[in-house]
Design a protein. Structure first.
Lengths: 118, 120
């Protein structure tokens, strides 16, 4: 079974440009999460999709960030326009869904996208 | 809001030794999960071990075990017979368990991580 995949693995852009990150969750996982780790700080939750609906986007830093999950499969996270402080590693994770079994709620992570804004 | 604290930024031990990574958390929730994730250098973050808060028995996975002290809000990870491949960043994480309908669990709250180095 394929794990969570993310594309690109690295991205270097200039301030003011736009970048779109993609995440493909594990097949059949309804829940998809985005996280970000800024250098030297904790991994922070950004938002959570249940299928195609945004369940919780309380962690999104500002309106320059737009996440979508059309059709409830893969998700994109667009940053427009990018700022220097957006640099970091963006992780995606997926979980099977709500249920009585802890395994269904365990999140499995992708390798991350390293974003550098110059 | 929950907080997770890992007080050891870096640890180094010799191969085959036992090492314990500390994690404390703060929450008003009664129903939750705790996790340890491992991220080897330049590799994907993977789940090491999971503990359900309602279980008194400490979780174990081969050489990895936890000491879960719910009253003290402590969740340490013990690695026995450490191996070179255990070298990684280790993250402690908290997740509320959502019992109501509406889909999915909440996002994870992470600690800052502990960089564990296993020396040959």
């Amino acid at each position: 079974e394929a794990g969570v995949t993310q594309f690109p693995s690295h991205s270097v852009i200039e301030k003011g440009q736009t970048v779109t990150l993609r995440c493909d969750p594990i097949s059949g996982h309804d829940n998809l999460y985005w996280y970000r780790r800024v250098m030297g700080k904790e991994i922070k939750f950004l938002l959570h999709f249940v299928k195609e609906s945004k369940q919780d986007e309380s962690g999104m830093p500002n309106n320059r960030f737009l996440a979508e999950r059309t059709g409830g499969t893969y998700s994109t996270l667009k940053v427009q326009p990018a700022e220097l402080e957006d640099s970091g590693v963006y992780f995606c994770a997926s979980s099977q869904g709500q249920g009585a079994l802890p395994t269904q709620e365990t999140q499995y992570f992708g390798p991350g996208t390293r974003l550098l804004v110059l | 809001a929950q907080t997770v604290t890992q007080s050891q930024p870096e640890m180094s031990v010799q191969e085959a030794e036992t090492v314990t990574l500390s994690c404390t958390y703060d929450t008003s929730e009664s129903n939750y999960y705790l996790f340890w994730y491992k991220q080897p250098p330049s590799r994907q973050m993977i789940l090491v071990i999971r503990q359900e808060a309602y279980k008194q028995q400490n979780a174990t996975e081969n050489r990895f075990s936890v000491n879960f002290q719910k009253a003290a809000k402590s969740f340490s990870l013990k690695i026995s017979d450490s191996q070179l491949g255990d070298t990684a960043m280790y993250f402690c994480a908290f997740m509320k368990h959502r019992v109501s309908s509406g889909g999915g669990a909440d996002g994870l709250t992470f600690g800052k991580g502990t960089h564990l180095i296993i020396q040959p």
